[in-house]
Ligand binder design. Structure first.
Ligand SMILES: [Zn+2]
Length: 469
């Protein structure tokens, strides 16, 4: 007899699907239910044996193929990134016969709320193959995104099932993970592992490598509250110091937030998510620059553009690249390589092609290539270290910074903003005596006062410049 214990919602798709196939293999039907102080987030996995569809089997096979190649960790992470959006934003659903009109009304209200401001449409299923099947269970759970075939959404039968819980589970079915588990959550919240129940360890404790379309959202309907799944009523989640204003506001189970909707809009439009270079990076290596992004499982090609302006009128590089390993899964990161010019600002974006149709462009990311080049002039014999005022100053776009050194050795020319934060390193090199000039492109920088400092092992000099566009 095989007993499987799964402390998870359906987002642990891989574990569960793999488990499923093993279950089927051994004709074993026993799965334990995990109990907790909060029954809404547990899962009962024997329900899944209902899922038996050719598409589901293909997906399983793909996952198992992948598993052999790269181990379970990667698969799990990857699935998190590539839950499918609902095709054309049409979400088909069906209520199990026992669902009462009270519960139906809750769902209908939640459908309308998710539809408002997104391109989604919830449609009662007739014979469509992919759909959400809503059934009663002691626990509440859903898969993440369109899983293919019939996917269960489990909801408690009690009339006190909160409306917010329905919104939350539908959020999962649409493709959203928990906000407090997203890949960058450690910048925003502290998680107190010692206070978590065992279910909390999986539903709060671990981070999911998510695609983050929108800024971290404390008000998301997908965010747990401050002591959800606590074993001792102590806090399980607390905002980091700069975000303490949310201390009593997160764990919203009232309504879908604006950012929840924005995320869904982008996800449904198949917008790729750019990884690197990220928006705002100022020291990107220009030669053989590798652009990297997350695509979608369904995509077969990607179109990549690099331009000098954010409207993409002045395009300097354009490529169509085939998706990597797309038929096994599109979980891999996708890449393109471009050669760019040093010390220049650029913007880049990507869109994917699915069934011969190009989808929406990603949000563009702007970056600036490194100044790892400078000009050295022989102008007599310098008699010390000198840093000249940049020209022109105030700066409108480009400016030249000149300096002289009389001794060979390591030298650095660094740019700081008015708060003294380092912005970029213009030069970091071993220099021989001479007169040097560096051109700085200020295009990606905000107006304001900047400082540049020349330092050697013996001395350092600083000057101020003003950026006024
Ligand atoms: Zn959840």
């Amino acid at each position: 007899m095989f007993v499987f214990k799964i402390f998870s919602e359906w987002e642990e798709t891989v574990t569960i699907r793999a488990t499923l196939s093993i279950l089927v293999l051994f004709l074993s039907f026993f799965v334990t239910i995990s109990y907790s102080s909060d029954p809404y987030y547990a899962i009962m996995a024997n329900q899944w044996l209902d899922i038996n569809d050719s598409q589901q089997s293909i997906t399983r096979q793909r996952i198992l193929n992948k598993k052999r190649r790269s181990g379970p960790e990667l698969i799990q992470a990857a699935m998190g990134k590539h839950n499918s959006p609902w095709t054309h934003g049409n979400v088909y659903y069906q209520f199990a016969p026992e669902i009462t009109s009270f519960t139906k009304d809750l769902f209908i209200r939640a459908f309308r709320e998710w539809e408002d401001g997104t391109s989604l449409k919830f449609i009662e299923r007739t014979n469509q193959p992919n759909y959400i099947y809503i059934i009663y269970s002691e626990i509440t759970s859903s898969g993440v995104g369109m899983g293919g075939a019939r996917q269960l959404l489990l909801i408690t039968p009690y009339e006190h099932t909160p409306y917010g819980t329905v919104l939350h589970e539908l959020g999962h079915a649409l493709g959203l993970h928990h906000e407090h588990q997203r890949s960058d959550r450690d910048q925003y919240i502290d998680v107190f592992m010692e206070n978590l129940t065992s279910l909390g360890q999986s539903q709060i404790g671990h981070i999911i490598p998510t695609l983050n379309y929108t800024p971290y959202d404390f008000l998301s309907v997908m965010h747990y509250g401050r002591n959800t799944l606590s074993k001792n009523t102590e806090d399980t989640i607390r905002p980091k110091a700069p975000y303490m204003l949310y201390i009593d506001r997160f764990g919203n189970r009232q309504s879908v937030s604006e950012l929840d909707k924005e995320g869904i809009r982008k996800f449904c439009a198949y917008m790729p998510v750019l990884i690197s270079p990220p928006d705002g990076q100022v020291d990107v290596d220009a030669g053989k620059l590798e652009l990297c992004w997350y695509g979608f499982r369904e995509a077969d090609k990607f179109q990549v553009q690099v331009a000098r302006d954010s409207n993409f009128t002045e395009i300097v590089a354009e490529q169509i690249v085939p998706a990597v390993d797309v038929h096994v899964n599109a979980i891999e990161k996708q890449y393109a390589v471009v050669d760019l010019t040093r010390n220049t600002s650029y913007y880049w974006r990507v869109r994917c092609r699915i069934e011969n149709e190009y989808k929406s462009w990603s949000d563009p990311a702007g970056f600036c290539t490194m100044i790892n080049d400078y000009t050295r002039y022989q102008k007599g014999q310098p008699d010390g270290l000198r840093l000249y005022q940049n020209y022109p100053n105030p700066v409108q776009s480009m400016t030249t910074i000149a300096f002289e050194c009389s001794e060979a050795g390591p030298a650095k020319l660094t740019l700081y903003n008015s708060q003294g934060k380092e912005i970029t390193e213009l030069i970091s090199n071993l220099l021989s005596p001479g007169h040097y000039e560096v051109i700085w492109d200020s295009k990606r920088f905000a107006n304001g006062v900047y400082f540049y400092r020349l330092s050697t092992s013996r001395n350092s000099l600083t000057r101020k410049m003003v950026l006024v566009k």
